[in-house]
Design a protein around this ligand. Structure first.
Ligand SMILES: *Cc1c(COP(=O)(O)O)cnc(C)c1O
Length: 479
């Protein structure tokens, strides 16, 4: 009886997406088509599992649960408590952490909010912090500001000062950092990066932090999957607090985690400070559907197969780097120890923006990135390339070498287009690249390579998509 009498005002609650909202459904399908037929090389992206998407799309999205397990502001949280406890236990297990020494807050909505909550927990307003400068591979949330503007909350609410890489070696300049810290006297040193192809020496940073009486925080957002797999040095050996995103190399849904030491003599209250900084200081109700996805991702991370995945990601990054070098290209630091390479395009006479644009036109997704010694922040001289997502599509060394060949050809085509444009301006370049009349040879070559990229990319499966039923959606370009 109850089911036969759904009132008109609630019928929409039971109608499938395709029926009630074909417009949004079509956009999702077009994006699925793009992911299937393209090559995802953005180093901060990955492809999460079908099971994570299922958890993330679950009914848990309905529940309010402000507070922590056992101490909620709302009723009905017995299963949400169970979920959050499970997620925490799995987070500690995934990183091999002793629950007597480390705790974790699994509620941050994302990496940026995790960082701001961690800063809120550890610092007073306008305290000093040092992070790796953005042009040297650091993240916006590590104190970024420009000459004219404090760009992020981390520089608006705190005083920040960047450290950098040594222009000669392009590695973190720990000695310079140490001397700068003597003068700047930071309350916190932040390590971790978004565009740094090598590993960190956490012991050197610990020595600086100890000398200055500063906190040492690692934001391992990019590399956490590789850290969990023990393929990179562990920041947990030296840091007081470790933050991460869960959607990069960790291969989960979009969220953040904050790990904190529970056994510090001088900060026995760290757990309380971090938890209160997340809620109520910075956030409201947790996204329980996401926490379920994080728990599922962390279960996968703790399995031996994930270690194989992480090893393959690194091996693929090295193979891709080696192939680019074999084509005569210059990479920052000459190669990679993790999941990404930074390609310096200045020696071939191109900007990152142009190569990003050409790659976009042919279904290869990368991003422009500053390289060491860039004169202009507006026209960065390089691109950043990562292998996490390609490895999640089952690719191995020989396959990413084919991708490296595509990239090399994209650069050659970009040079041709730049010549045809007869100008160094990006707008002329884009006009020629996208216009058959003006582009002539360059335009045709873009179209040819696009076909090859699509033929290659579409062979590989995409988690969460059933290729036997998925059809080309309306509104995507014909080839
Ligand atoms: C990606 C990233 C973040 C931000 O994560 P969001 O989920 O985009 O907020 C923070 N720190 C580092 C080092 C990152 O690479």
């Amino acid at each position: 009886m109850a089911s036969s009498s759904i009132p008109e005002f609630n019928k929409m609650l039971y109608t499938p997406l395709a029926e009630i909202d074909p417009e949004v459904k079509n956009i999702i399908d077009k994006e699925t088509w793009r992911q299937l037929n393209g090559l995802e090389l953005i180093a901060s992206e990955n492809l999460t599992s079908a099971s994570v998407m299922e958890a993330n799309g679950s009914i848990l999205t309905n529940k309010y649960s402000e507070g922590l397990p056992g101490q909620r502001y709302y009723g009905g949280n017995e299963y949400i408590d169970e979920l959050e406890q499970l997620c925490r236990a799995r987070a500690l297990k995934a990183f091999n952490l002793d629950p007597a020494k480390w705790g974790v807050n699994v509620q941050p909505y994302s990496g940026s909010t995790a960082n701001f909550a961690a800063f809120t927990a550890l610092l007073q307003p306008q305290d000093r912090l040092m992070g790796l400068g953005l042009p040297d591979g650091g993240h916006l949330t590590h104190g970024y500001y420009t000459a004219k503007k404090k760009m992020t909350a981390s520089s608006i609410y705190f005083q920040s000062f960047p450290y950098g890489i040594d222009p000669a070696t392009q590695l973190i300049d720990y000695d310079a950092l140490s001397s700068q810290a003597k003068i700047f006297k930071p309350r916190m040193v932040v390590c971790g990066a978004s565009a740094y192809p090598r590993d960190w020496d956490y012991s050197k940073l610990r020595a600086v932090a100890d000398r200055e009486g500063a906190w040492l925080l690692c934001d391992m957002a990019h590399t956490s999957g590789l850290v969990a797999a023990q393929e990179l040095n562990s920041p947990f050996e030296y840091c007081d607090v470790v933050t991460t995103t869960t959607h990069k190399t960790l291969r989960g849904p979009r969220a953040g985690l904050i790990f904190f030491r529970k056994d510090l003599e001088h900060a026995k209250d760290l757990e309380k400070r971090v938890n209160e900084a997340v809620f109520p200081a910075c956030q409201g109700g947790p996204h329980n559907n996401t926490i379920a996805g994080v728990a599922t991702a962390l279960l996968q991370v703790a399995q031996p197969a994930f270690k194989e995945y992480a090893k393959q990601v690194i091996s693929n990054a090295r193979a891709l780097a080696a192939k680019l070098v074999a084509h005569g290209h210059k990479l920052q630091t000459g190669g990679s120890d993790n999941h990404l390479v930074l390609w310096d395009l200045r020696p071939v006479g191109l900007t990152g923006s142009k190569v990003e644009k050409v790659c976009d036109l042919m279904g290869i997704t990368i991003n422009k990135n500053a390289v060491s010694g860039d004169a202009s922040a507006l026209a960065p001289g390089g691109i950043r390339i990562g292998t996490s997502a390609l490895t999640s599509r089952n690719m191995r060394e020989a396959d990413v070498e084919i991708v490296a060949d595509f990239l090399h050809r994209a650069v050659e085509i970009s040079l041709l287009l730049q010549k045809e444009a007869g100008s160094k301006l990006l707008k002329d370049f884009v006009r020629v690249a996208t216009n058959q009349e003006e582009g002539k040879v360059g335009y045709t070559q873009v179209q040819e390579l696009k076909k090859e990229v699509q033929a290659f990319a579409s062979q590989w499966p995409l988690p969460g998509v059933d290729l036997s039923t998925f059809k080309k959606p309306a509104g995507v370009e014909d080839h």
